[in-house]
Ligand binder design. Structure first.
Ligand code: AMP
Length: 634
């Protein structure tokens, strides 16, 4: 008897489980399945995505359904369309040997009439997002008055997304004597409230610790200066050559900007956020599943329900606003028994958030340092050597060997090995040999203050058409902050100064730096002066000018162009200087990742030369890049 049989599952399910290749039940399955099969009970199961929870509720509900009865018997509510479709797909796979059992997915963005028609044909299981379900109820398109089971999947996510009222209203349409099975990764108060108000003596199942992170995931944080965040991201990717990751940003704008920069810099990246059409999102997810994308840059909302196994790393490019969300982010890796790593890139002011997260996930973070350029070169070199060793050779190459021997035959073994690996290695070496040390976190100049007001220099001024009020509006809109969050705006001819509270400093530096305004790259720096002693909010008096002037003076005498150019150079690190312009030499000079995985066909397509394999492979990734709309200029 295999372990699934011992749980009490019937023949049809066992056959389907055999087809799926599941050998042993996961912890949540072992705990939930016998309980749900034996008793008509409510349960609250605390289990993260990736633990096998869909089968934990899917197997028992399938076994409890009467396939000859064509009424809706089970309603599963899930937070997103993606998750809704995944659950539907899983339920269909599990129930494939049960004749007459139908499952319909109900979600926004598709024809409501088609969905209603499919339900009317006799669907016993409806998997729905709360918004669309409520809509169907309002239109009288669905009858859930006779269901016997209601599953609330990822309940915390649904409540996070503001579905409380929809959920309670939907539940009020269901019979009192049904059973409710609530699955949630975390147990915030709102979830507890639902359990209290709508469930009867629920039995509790906990996988791992409440709210804790999966034991398969290790958590690491990297302390960097705010302006080095993007460079740190690239180094983390380069230090993990086989990375297959989800990179989380806080806003759609950052998500798009980071993905675009990565694509420009030759990584297989794409953005996933709510401004993409459903077709674009589907395309990105398909490319990600197919591994044409190695770095999926996503917002929290868009990434909900990403059900891709084998994600090696989650990278928190920025920490989420709600630290509880971290559990969901990190749960995208370490799935289905695999191990995974969650990286967090933080600035000094965010260290306390790490400690708060540690308390929530009941796991310690390891503090790590961003690898140096030379460490990355070593990692890449060994990776390359292993790759050469593992590369299968094809007979087709035999035809070319005499000609190749003519060229290389005189080289001795050591020389040949050196040359072969140098073909790839030199790219990384050239790129990284003058790279800066990202581990210097100044308690000194340039540090992002943690409290009080912060004064910034920005290379936008009157000649860009700004008066103080317009600049204030522009900054406020771009940063998506409140009316009074930007203050003491002082506009000069070619540059300006402004203040925010320190807690916004990281956002200001991350969001604004690198954006473009009228074709010019915006550069923001923290001024040593916080402007706190300024006499007025937006005064243009000499005092202010003197202090700011002192700052500008350091920047090559305050010359408008001088300071902008110098800052621009700083931001991009040594690369521009090394490789020339971003569009030109820099691109061709930058290290490429694994040849066959590389994207950016804009690059390879434009250059006349390049390895065939690169060009061929980049095509598919370019598709994903093309699907990602360019950020509109402000
Ligand atoms: P879930 O937590 O439901 O999102 O499941 C995560 C992944 O694990 C899915 O791809 C499932 O197909 C897979 N899975 C679920 N149960 C098992 C099992 N017992 N053995 C192996 N894989 C499983």
């Amino acid at each position: 008897m295999n372990k699934f049989e011992q749980l009490g599952l019937n023949e049809s399910l066992l056959k389907a489980i055999g087809d799926l290749g599941f050998e042993t039940p996961s912890e949540v399955q072992e705990k939930a399945i016998p309980l749900l099969l034996q008793d008509d009970t409510d349960i609250v199961a605390l289990a993260q995505t990736g633990t096998g929870k869909t089968a934990a509720f899917g197997f028992p509900l399938i076994q409890k359904i009467d396939p000859f009865n064509k009424q809706t018997q089970v309603l599963i509510l899930s937070p997103t369309r993606e998750l809704c479709l995944q659950i539907t797909n899983e339920i269909k796979l599990y129930s494939k040997y049960i004749d007459g059992l139908y499952t319909v997915a109900v979600y926004g963005g598709a024809s409501i009439n088609d969905q209603a028609r499919d339900i009317k044909r006799g669907a016993q299981v409806i998997v729905a997002t709360p918004g669309r379900m409520q809509d169907m109820i309002n239109r009288g398109m669905v009858n859930i008055k006779n269901i016997s089971i209601c599953v609330l999947d990822e309940a915390d996510e649904m409540l996070n997304m503001g579905f409380y009222e929809d959920i309670t209203s939907i539940l009020s349409e269901t019979p009192r004597d049904k059973n409710t099975w609530l699955f949630s990764a975390t147990m915030p108060q709102e979830v507890a409230r639902i359990a209290k108000e709508f469930m009867r003596d629920p039995q509790e199942i906990t996988v791992g610790h409440k709210n804790s992170s999966s034991a398969n995931i290790s958590h690491e944080y990297y302390l960097v200066n705010a302006r080095d965040r993007y460079e740190a991201l690239k180094r983390l990717a380069d230090a993990n050559p086989d990375i297959f990751s989800v990179v989380f940003c806080r806003t759609k704008r950052d998500t798009q900007a980071v993905a675009e920069k990565l694509i420009e810099d030759g990584y297989n990246a794409a953005a996933l956020h709510g401004d993409l059409s459903q077709a674009q999102r589907d395309g990105v997810m398909k490319a990600f599943r197919g591994r044409q994308i190695q770095m999926l840059v996503a917002t929290d909302v868009a990434a909900r329900g990403i059900d891709v196994d084998n994600v090696t790393h989650v990278i928190n490019y920025q920490l989420p606003d709600e630290i509880e969300t971290y559990t969901h982010r990190s749960g995208r890796t370490g799935r289905a028994g695999k191990s995974g790593t969650s990286f967090v890139i933080i600035t000094k002011s965010e260290v306390r958030k790490i400690h708060a997260i540690e308390r929530i996930i009941k796991t310690k973070f390891e503090e790590k340092t961003i690898p140096s350029g030379m460490e990355i070169c070593e990692i890449q070199l060994l990776h390359l050597a292993n790759k050469i060793k593992d590369t299968e050779t094809d007979h087709a190459i035999d035809n070319y060997l005499p000609a190749i021997f003519d060229i290389l035959g005189d080289l001795d073994k050591e020389e040949l090995i050196k040359k072969v690996v140098s073909v790839e290695f030199n790219r990384f070496l050239n790129y990284y040999k003058k790279s800066k040390d990202l581990t210097q976190i100044p308690g000194k100049a340039g540090e992002v203050p943690t409290s009080g007001a912060v004064r910034y220099f920005v290379n936008l001024g009157a000649r860009d058409g700004f008066e103080w009020m317009e600049l204030k509006d522009f900054l406020r809109d771009t940063l998506e902050v409140g009316r009074d969050d930007v203050f003491k705006v002082d506009v000069k001819e070619g540059f300006s100064f402004f203040n925010t509270d320190a807690e916004l400093a990281d956002k200001v530096m991350t969001v604004l730096n690198g954006l473009e305004h009228n074709g010019r790259r915006i550069n923001v720096e923290i001024s040593k002066n916080d402007g706190a002693k300024n006499s007025g909010r937006r005064d243009h008096n000499g005092r202010d000018r003197k202090r700011d002037g002192g700052f500008s003076g350091k920047r090559e005498g305050g010359s408008r162009d001088g300071s902008f150019r110098r800052d621009g150079g700083n931001r991009e690190g040594g690369f521009r200087r090394e490789g020339g312009s971003r569009e030109g030499g820099f691109r061709s000079d930058r290290p490429k990742r694994d040849g066959e995985r590389r994207s950016d066909s804009r690059d390879s397509g434009r250059r006349g030369e390049g390895r065939t394999s690169e060009r061929r492979s980049s095509g598919s990734s370019f598709e994903s890049a093309k699907r990602t709309p360019r950020r509109s200029k402000d």
